[in-house]
Design a protein around this ligand. Structure first.
Ligand SMILES: Cc1cc2nc3c(=O)[nH]c(=O)nc-3n(C[C@H](O)[C@H](O)[C@H](O)COP(=O)(O)OP(=O)(O)OC[C@H]3O[C@@H](n4cnc5c(N)ncnc54)[C@H](O)[C@@H]3O)c2cc1C
Length: 219
C-alpha cells in the first residue's frame, strides 16, 4: 500500500540535537536523499549485538525495500524487529583554518521502524523489481527475470518511512573569528560520485551493444 505522508516526523529519537538547523522537515528532501543513493546501511541487533550491514534498496512512495540473502543471519535478524537505516552522500570535505573546525558537506537520512519480512511471492517480486530498477533503471525487463530458486534465496524487508530524519550540510567552514586573519587556506574540496563509461563483461558475446538505458546513465 502506498501511503501519503506530510512533513517528516519529529519523535524523541528523530529530533536532531546538534546543528538542528541542518535538519529538513520536507518529505521531498527525504525522497531526494534516498532516490539519489544506491546503498544504505542497515542497523540491526543480531544475537544481542549491534551490526551495520551495507545493502541495496529501493523506494516506492513512503516505503523502503531492502534485500539480502535469505542465508544472511544479520539481514534476517531485522525481520519483525526495530531497525535503523541510513543513506549518506558525501558532497565535500570542508577545510577550515583550524583543525577543530574541519567538517564535511553531506546529505543524510536516518529511518527507524519495525521491518516487515515480505513472504508473499508476488509482493516480494514487486519489491525486487523496485530495488533492481533503483540500482539499474531499465534492467528488470531487459535482463532475465528471477527464477523460483533465485527468489527463494532472496529476502526482502519492508520499512515504512513514517519515522525519519534528514540532515544536510552545505557551504564553507565556520572558523573562530580570530582565525580569519591567518594565512591558512580554507574552503571546500567537492566530492562527487558519477557513472563512468560502461565496461563490457569479458565473456560478453560479440555484437551485443550497450543498451540505451545503460549508455545514457553515464555522467
Ligand atoms: C558524512 C557525515 C560525516 C559526519 N561526521 C561527523 C563527525 O565527524 N563528528 C560528528 O560529531 N558528527 C558528524 N556527522 C554528523 C552526525 O551524523 C550527527 O548528526 C551528529 O553527531 C549530531 O548528533 P546529535 O548528538 O545531535 O544527535 P543524535 O542524538 O546522534 O541523533 C538524534 C537524532 O537526530 C537524527 N540525526 C542525527 N544525525 C543525523 C544525520 N546525519 N542524518 C539524519 N538524521 C540524523 C536521527 O534521527 C537521530 O536519531 C557527520 C554526518 C555525516 C552525514
Amino acid at each position: 500500500m502506498i501511503m501519503s505522508m506530510s512533513d517528516l516526523s519529529s519523535t524523541p529519537r528523530t529530533a536532531l540535537r546538534r546543528h538542528h538547523e541542518r535538519g529538513r522537515t520536507d518529505r521531498d528532501d527525504l525522497y531526494a536523499v534516498l532516490d539519489s543513493g544506491l546503498i544504505c546501511h542497515l542497523g540491526v541487533i543480531a544475537n544481542g549485538a549491534p551490526r551495520v550491514l551495507p545493502t541495496g534498496y529501493g523506494r516506492r512512495g513512503d516505503v523502503l525495500y531492502l534485500h539480502g540473502s535469505s542465508a544472511n543471519a544479520t539481514f534476517m535478524a531485522g525481520a519483525g524487529q526495530e531497525i535503523c537505516v541510513t543513506v549518506t552522500h558525501l558532497d565535500g570535505v570542508v577545510c577550515a583554518r583550524s583543525v577543530f573546525n574541519h567538517s564535511m558537506n553531506y546529505r543524510s537520512a536516518m529511518i527507524f521502524g519495525v521491518a516487515r519480512l515480505l513472504t508473499d511471492p508476488e509482493e516480494r517480486t514487486a519489491a525486487l523489481r523496485i530495488i533492481t530498477e533503483h540500482l539499474a533503471p531499465g534492467q528488470w525487463s531487459y535482463a532475465r527475470q528471477p527464477s523460483k530458486k533465485e527468489l527463494a534465496a532472496t529476502s526482502v524487508l519492508e520499512l515504512s518511512l513514517a519515522e525519519a530524519s534528514v540532515k544536510i550540510r552545505t557551504g564553507g567552514p565556520h572558523d573562530e573569528p580570530e582565525d580569519y586573519a591567518m594565512d591558512v587556506w580554507a574552503g571546500v574540496v567537492p566530492v562527487t560520485a558519477a557513472f563512468g563509461e560502461p565496461e563490457p563483461d569479458t565473456d560478453l558475446r560479440p555484437g551485443i551493444a550497450v543498451p540505451q538505458h545503460i549508455r545514457t546513465r553515464r555522467g
